[in-house]
Design a protein around this ligand. Structure first.
Ligand code: ZN
Length: 499
């Protein structure tokens, strides 16, 4: 296995370049003075170029081919075979795109971002439309270069959700849509929940202290991570032993930092939980973006917004903010953090309406890629779907079809992963609690170790060994389905709204 070992050593080196770049990226968002921007973008570009050149070099291809020969006689489920499958995928992806196309996309997306920012400021889709036309054209070329069996959109999805097909997403979303629209209608007809208690004065230092107290309880290892402030919160990893989270504090909106921190910690627990034996190998990675999001949503929503969680920790929260929530009952607080209200902006959407925002974008993207929706018609198509799914219509493009950054970066195929992850979070939680009923009683006592341990064994430790569909099957004993999620939402929110 000489070539196999040489290949892994080479990939580990490339990995170190990429994590070094990630450290610079983290610093850029957390601490770098604004004056450093130009220099930093050049530093990151150089590191990115070195890593890319090493990856697509003929030597990598030669070692890969030779290693595949060495592993040919091994069982399909062996770590060597599974590792080589990951490496082959990544290598083919990286080498299939013609250099001119890669350069063109880099230029078009840099420009695209500027155009999008201006168009959004002007709230004018027509200003952004020619850019979208161009980026769609480039994305279709990407799909052709990668290749696909059924539909070009499959190839775009596959970049974020390996092996996922459009028809499979349609199957999972289709069941969900009807159920969600009905639930949203019922909740909208019920007396509204008052969430004004969340807008009181919450000192940021105390928000930080309470957030760190909670995420340490969840199992986030501060010896192998830390939390800092950033404008757009994220989780970043420099290897299993240094996984960092960031947050932002809004003095008058408690969920911003609190639920954001729990969300990013869900991502971080995944990264901190890869198998130590896989360190510095291609297996020490997430199965997909959807799986990543399943972890953040599970902790944020299913655990962090549950009645059991607040029955245990509400007293601690009150103690962190003396005098602020004294007369607010746990019941009122629990309802407040679970308020449902159809709204225009995806990133501000609640647990129930969120997936409808995603389905809308999925429908739009499919139509744009296959040409059944013309770019100029996007605002009308968008608004019609908002009205159909959520019963509200955006008053302008900025609060409608221009709100997200994704299309300016040609990231067609990315949106579905948010909803796939959300749906999966409920499916995984169902399986975890049916495998180990003690998880339910532990959670009711504020203990998270048994849940984390199930996730470690079934999701975190397998790392990138399996395709998302294979991992769902292994972890849950069935393919991805939305019944668990729909059941969870109906049970929880019909109780919150007493309907
Ligand atoms: Zn996330």
């Amino acid at each position: 296995m000489q070539n196999y070992q040489a290949l892994l050593a080479r990939l580990a080196e490339i990995g170190h370049i990429n994590t070094s770049a990630a450290v610079l990226g983290w610093d850029q968002q957390c601490y770098m003075p604004t004056g450093g921007a130009q220099e930093r973008s050049e530093q990151l570009a150089v590191l990115g170029k070195i890593a890319h050149e090493l990856h697509v070099a003929e030597e990598t291809g030669r070692l890969l081919q030779a290693a595949e020969g060495e592993a040919a006689g091994m069982p399909d489920g062996s770590d060597e075979k599974l590792t080589l499958r990951v490496v082959r995928r990544d290598y083919d992806k990286a080498t299939k795109l013609p250099t001119e196309l890669v350069t063109e996309i880099a230029k078009a997306t840099t420009l695209g971002h500027e155009t999008w920012v201006k168009a959004r400021e002007a709230s004018n889709w027509a200003q952004f439309a020619p850019t979208v036309e161009h980026l769609l054209d480039l994305s279709r070329q990407v799909a052709e270069a990668y290749g696909y069996e059924d539909r070009p959109y499959d190839a775009l999805l596959d970049q974020y959700e390996p092996g996922m097909k459009t028809v499979e997403v349609e199957r999972v979303f289709g069941d969900l849509r009807t159920g969600l629209v009905a639930l949203v209608k019922d909740l909208a007809a019920a007396p509204p929940v008052d969430d004004s208690v969340l807008r009181r004065d919450f000192a940021p230092e105390q928000q930080k202290a309470f957030g760190e107290f909670i995420v340490a309880k969840m199992g986030y290892d501060f010896e192998r991570g830390r939390q800092d402030k950033a404008v757009h919160p994220f989780c970043t990893s420099f290897g299993r032993s240094d996984v960092r989270i960031t947050t932002r504090f809004d003095r008058n909106w408690l969920p911003c930092a609190l639920m954001g921190t729990v969300h990013e910690t869900g991502h971080a627990l995944y990264e901190q939980g890869f198998d130590p034996g896989d360190d510095n190998t291609p297996l020490s990675d997430a199965a997909s973006l959807g799986f990543h999001e399943s972890q953040s949503r599970l902790w944020e929503n299913i655990v962090g917004r549950s009645r059991g969680f607040w029955d245990v920790y509400y007293g601690d929260l009150q103690r962190h903010f003396p005098g602020v929530l004294d007369e607010v009952s746990v019941d009122a607080f629990y309802k407040a953090i679970n308020k449902v209200e159809p709204s225009l902006i995806r990133v501000e959407a609640d647990e129930v309406t969120y997936c409808l925002h995603i389905m809308l974008r999925f429908e739009m993207e499919k139509g744009l890629i296959d040409g059944s929706i013309a770019v100029k018609d996007v605002p009308d198509a968008w608004n019609a779907k908002m009205s159909e799914y959520l019963g509200i219509t955006p008053p302008n493009d900025a609060e409608g079809c221009l709100q997200d950054i994704h299309w300016s970066g040609a990231s067609f195929g990315y949106f579905p992963t948010y909803a796939l992850g959300t749906i999966l979070s409920a499916q995984l939680f169902d399986k975890a609690t049916s495998d180990h009923p003690a998880i339910t009683t532990d959670l009711a006592e504020g203990e998270f170790a048994s849940l984390l341990s199930w996730l470690r064994e079934n999701v975190h430790k397998p790392g990138a060994r399996y395709l998302p569909a294979e991992l769902v099957q292994r972890a849950c004993g069935e393919p991805a389905q939305s019944h668990s999620y729909l059941h969870y939402l109906n049970t929880k929110f019909r109780a919150v709204y007493s309907i």
